[in-house]
Write a protein that binds this ligand. Structure first.
Ligand code: ADP
Ligand code: MG
Length: 243
C-alpha cells in the first residue's frame, strides 16, 4: 500500500545538542505504530517535527510523497490532515467542550457553525463526552479532557493522528478510558502514531513498534517479535523495566 508518511534521514539538533539522528520510517494507511523509549530519547521531538512544531535540521518528511518541511507549506492546513493529541490535552480553557471541538473546523476548515457543531457532536458521542458539551475544561477530569482532545482532533477528520504520551498526565484510574477510545480507533482502521509507555497497548494494539534510544531508532518490528525476542541489548534492558 502507498505510504501516507515517509520520514527520511531526519535529524534535529537544538544548538549543539543532536536530538534526532538519521531517523527513517514509513507509515501506511491503517498502521498503528507505537514509539517507545526512555525519557529524553527524542520521541516528542520526532512527533513535533512530523506535526511541523519543530523544524528538522536535515532530512525529509513526505506526506503522500510531498516534502512538508520546505518553505511555502501551509502548516495549519497540513495539521488538519495530520492531527496531534498532547500529553497535557492543550484544550482552550475559556471555551466549552463543544466550542473546543468546533473552533478548528470553523477557523481552519471554514465550515459553517451548524456543520461544525453536528460534526463535533458526532465525535464527542464517539468518545462518550456528549453529556458534557457545555462544560468548561476545568469542570471535567483529566481522562475526560483527553477524550475531548481526541474528539477535537477527530472532528478535523485527519488521515493520521499523532499521540504524545496521551495517558502520562492522567491519574491511574483514568488511563483505561483513554486507551479504550484509542483501541476503538485502531480497530476502526485509523492510522495512528503513538508515543507511549503503555507496553500492553504497544504490544496488543499496534502493528509496528519503534524503539528509540539517544535520538536513533535502535530497533523496530512487529510487536510480538520485538517484545518476545528483542534483538538489541538496549531494547531488552528497556523492556525489562516494565516486567
Ligand atoms: P522524549 O519525548 O523521548 O522524552 P524529547 O524529544 O522531549 O524526548 O527530548 C529529547 C532531547 O531534546 C532532550 O534532551 C531534551 O532536553 C531536548 N530538547 C527537547 N526540546 C528542546 C528544545 N526546544 N530546546 C532544547 N532542547 C530540547
Ligand atoms: Mg516526550
Amino acid at each position: 500500500m502507498e505510504a501516507i508518511l515517509e520520514v527520511k534521514h531526519l535529524s534535529k539538533a537544538f544548538g549543539k545538542h543532536q536530538v534526532l539522528r538519521d531517523i527513517d520510517f514509513t507509515v501506511r494507511p491503517g498502521d498503528v505504530t507505537s514509539i517507545i523509549g526512555a525519557s529524553g530519547s527524542g520521541k516528542s521531538t520526532l512527533l513535533r517535527c512530523i506535526n511541523l512544531l519543530e523544524t528538522p535540521s536535515a532530512g525529509e518528511i513526505l506526506f503522500h510523497g510531498k516534502d512538508i518541511t520546505g518553505r511555502g507549506v501551509n502548516a495549519p492546513a497540513y495539521r488538519t490532515k495530520v492531527g496531534m493529541v498532547f500529553q497535557s490535552f492543550n484544550l482552550f480553557n475559556n471555551m466549552t467542550v463543544l466550542e473546543n471541538c468546533m473552533v478548528g473546523q470553523t477557523k481552519v476548515l471554514k465550515k459553517s457553525r451548524e456543520e461544525a457543531k453536528a460534526n463535533a457532536m458526532k465525535y464527542l458521542k464517539k468518545v462518550g463526552m456528549d453529556p458534557y458539551v457545555h462544560a468548561k475544561p476545568r469542570q471535567i477530569s483529566g481522562g475526560q479532557k483527553q477524550r475531548v482532545a481526541i474528539a477535537r482532533a477527530l472532528a478535523m477528520e485527519p488521515e493520521v493522528l499523532l499521540f504524545d504520551e496521551p495517558t502520562s498526565a492522567l491519574d491511574p484510574e483514568m488511563v483505561g478510558e483513554v486507551l479504550s477510545v484509542m483501541r476503538d480507533l485502531a480497530d476502526e482502521g485509523m492510522t495512528m502514531l503513538v508515543v507511549t509507555h503503555e507496553m500492553a497497548f504497544a504490544r496488543d494494539v499496534s502493528n509496528h513498534v519503534v524503539f528509540m534510544a539517544d535520538g536513533v531508532i535502535c530497533e523496530e518490528g512487529e510487536p510480538q517479535e520485538l517484545f518476545a525476542h528483542p534483538k538489541q541489548d538496549r531494547t531488552r534492558e528497556f523492556l525489562s523495566r516494565f516486567m
